[in-house]
Unconditional design. Sequence first.
Lengths: 331, 254
Amino acid sequence: MRFCLTIVIVLLVTVNCRQKKNHIPAHFPLPVTTIISVTDKEAQLGELLFYEPALSGNSKLSCASCHNPLLAFSDSLSLSIGARGEKTFRNTPSLANLAWNSTFFRDGGVSDLETQVIGSVTSPREMNERFFNIINKLNSKEGYKNKFMEVYGSDSITGQRIIHAIAAFERTLISANSVYDNYLTDKRPLTVLQSKGLSVFEQKCAVCHAGVLFTDNNFHNTGLDTVFPPMKQFDAPELGRARVTRKIEDVGKYRTPSLRNLSLTAPYMHDGRFASIEEVLNHYSSGVNKSCYTDSLLMKNGVIGIRLTENDKRELLSFLQTLTDSSFVGL
Amino acid sequence: MRKLFLFIVITFAFSCHKNSPQPTAGGTVGALNFKITNKFNGKNLVLNQKYITAQGDSFYIINFKYYISNIEFMNLDNGAFYAAPNSYYLVDASNPASATLEVTNIPPGDYNQFAFSIGVDDVRNHTGAQTGALDATVNADMFWSWSAGYKFLVLEGYFLSAPGSYSPFLFHIGSDDNFKNLNFSSYSSKGWNTDINIQAGKTSEVDANFNIDSIFVGINLDSAYNDNIQGGGGATIIANNYTNMPQLTNISNP
């Protein structure tokens, strides 16, 4: 009897622990937010909603329309096209390891994934839909009420539940199985070119693209432009981070993006102005513009930019390819 | 050993439970209705009706909403203090019911200071996805979705920009600097003569006029940028102006 009870309890505890396990890659730091298992019902509902076109005003776009899983949840456009046919203000960012992000959107306008969902769904330039309408549409679709019932214990479809489910799914998108990850965890050697690229990267890029997440979670003006709108233009997108903070020193700053899956997420920069990684490297090497807002990290000893030789660039390109996680995109 | 297992089972059982709602103490607390009336030029606000500002701009309002939060009761003589938890209310000129703010669970007693804020405090302003009056999936138009933060006050309408021609204007005022805390006390000139008396199981009432004229002081709709004020100096002026908007008119005790 006692033995049976023990087994039952051990099983209970095991199941419970498995559900609570965060699936945090061993070589990653602790995430900012809790990650639930991909097999959790809330994450599965979130995945369904992620691919649900009813979330858009024209009922044609889903989150995945711009966050294409085959492209590491990005699209190949400089600026995406929203439900009203207009271009978005920003290049669609790739999605991976979001539970480690402390801010979202290129200018860090929101600090949690749930609110990010609200922003993208309701923005007239993006999905252009009201939650009121989404709820009506989902209520009339087969199966959703049951799914909400299973997850939340009542079949009421609410905006809050929608955003929490999608955010829960997005946090399960973990990319930690690239060639570079295998080099870190299993000591699988890099090629000579890749190794050289890694040391160039560590010397010249890792201040901002820091750690295994390849971001300092901070904002920088990388000298892309010299002319900015006046602060009085309250919501001018070109103000960058200053649009959010209203601080003049944040003009033209954008969040340091992770470089994971870089080879799949072209074009690059907040507005997708560079079609290739080569163009990005050329910018940092010889194209950085000096303005009073340009980050001082890009101006050392009177030199503007980060000088890269052709060899440096070749090696860097080789290293950056190692950040592609083929298992993440189902290749 | 069995005790340990029991402990583990109980621990996990509890860890799986959602927070259960706190029971409210019935009969030992009182309530208060804070009734707001939006006014322009001394008369009840009517949406889409033409008005003239003190600066001479002819205009009409199509949308007027604001957040009232952090309602507090104090007795400056004996130190009694009650801050209504989670008191966030969205007053919407197109929905008369939204102008009566119901505050419950107030400890009985006399209060000679009444305080509330216009806007959302910095903690909740940056907390992200929230519920109730702060649910941005419901009140999406009171939320800058690209920059998590509430619009404390939204005033939208049309003004006479050229003879016979009306152009749109909008004031969307938010950001922590523009969160305003207001005190009304029987001790101050802006206050009243009677204390608020809260009695167990009963509902008292505080009435206030919100005079929208105040918002337009120093704002010429016709000058550059003033037709679209969502931040900066213009927002600072309007936020200071809206502190002059409320005027307590009456206290009814049970």
